[in-house]
Design a protein around this ligand. Structure first.
Ligand code: FAD
Length: 318
């Protein structure tokens, strides 16, 4: 995919679309059809719904390309993003001329169907945010422009079981990591061990909770959930600033076999996870971090500097 200046959203993303070269090993489209995501095209909104009942600011949006399924495919690799583009007209006060400009924001598909040219994104509406307000107004059948873009991460299947892949995600940024996890788990020959550390605010805000429970049934996947703002009314918890591990108000919201902790993810937590899940110290360690840029940089530094065995070149920021 080729990019130019007008593809940059200007938000200072850790992997700016302009700095990421197309992956060398992107699989060629065997059908010979064009990739609909290779430049901006219109997609129709098929559905828009709340991801969690009664949480109105987290929406699932399902889009379908307007192009013909006979001529195109929709090609993405897990961990890739799409750029949403909305045109607006800017009026120059000096000479009253008008100029066509665009608002651009990246989003990360967690599901797609290449043949049907469809994809889904999970969006957290930001108060007063430009695109959030635009998305709030969107109605089914409305048309929106998107194009695709890749990050630096690319998975290589491991048939020998030597790879330990830690995935750390923050809130809605769990979306692109799900596509990565499913690609690995759906490949029976891939013996990569995945340790998924998912951070959310509260139990109520654990996105894809049922899916995470299902994934936990795989021998090579284990999920640990950390909640940064879980706090009940009890005095003991209020004093701590978060629910304590044994808090019954917190415990009664958990189900069997869920590893959920009512506090922030710390260096200590990561060391405990490592000792629980790393049976063999000689694993090749890869880490993928998805979230806001401060979150990504913070945990990258910890993984590299805190004796957890990760090296800079094997830590990917989505
Ligand atoms: C690679 C990548 C993938 C992403 N994937 C997803 C995803 O899958 N799902 C998702 O929900 N998000 C995702 N994001 C974030 C997304 O791109 C947007 O940044 C997000 O939706 C907010 O955009 P917005 O236009 O609504 O807010 P913006 O208009 O960009 O505003 C952001 C914040 O700034 C504040 N603000 C805006 N204008 C002003 C002002 N004049 N003064 C003071 N404060 C102001 C707003 O109140 C808001 O809190 C991703 C980001 C990246 C970099």
């Amino acid at each position: 995919m080729e990019y130019n200046e007008s593809d940059c959203c200007g938000n200072g993303c850790v992997n700016c679309i302009l700095n990421v070269k197309p992956k060398a090993t992107v699989k060629l489209n065997e059908t010979g059809k064009a990739n609909v995501l290779s430049n901006y095209r219109y997609y129709r909104l098929l559905s828009k719904k709340e991801h969690i009942w009664d949480v109105s600011d987290i929406l699932e949006l399902h889009f379908k390309s307007k192009e013909s399924e006979n001529d195109c495919t929709l090609t993405l690799t897990p961990g890739d993003h799409v750029m949403m583009r909305v045109e607006f007209i800017s009026k120059q006060q000096a000479d009253e001329t008008t100029e066509h400009k665009y608002h651009l924001r990246p989003y990360s598909p967690y599901w797609w169907n290449s043949l049907k040219l469809e994809f889904k994104i999970l969006v957290k509406l930001t108060p007063q945010g430009y695109m959030s307000q635009y998305i709030e107004r969107l109605q089914e059948r409305d048309e929106v422009e998107f194009r695709g873009f890749s990050g630096l991460y690319e998975h290589r299947a491991d048939c020998e079981g030597k790879t330990y892949q830690m995935i750390i995600s923050q809130g809605v940024a769990i979306a692109p990591t799900l596509a990565i996890i499913e690609e690995i788990l759906n490949n029976e020959d891939d013996m990569t061990r995945i340790v998924h550390v998912a951070c959310f605010q509260r139990v109520r805000h654990i996105y894809f909770r049922n899916k995470l429970k299902d994934l936990n049934q795989y021998w090579n996947y284990k999920c640990f959930i950390y909640l940064s703002q879980q706090l009940c009314e009890s005095n003991e918890c209020k004093q701590m600033g978060h629910c304590v591990d044994g808090c019954l108000n917190f415990r009664k919201q958990l189900t069997y076999k869920e590893s959920i902790y009512p506090y922030r993810l710390t260096v200590q937590s990561l060391k405990q996870i490592e000792s629980k899940t790393m049976e063999n110290k000689n694993y090749n360690r890869i880490a993928v971090i998805a979230g806001g840029s401060e979150f990504q940089k913070f945990y990258k530094k910890i993984l590299i500097n805190e004796d957890l065995g990760f090296v800079k070149n094997n830590v990917y920021l989505l």
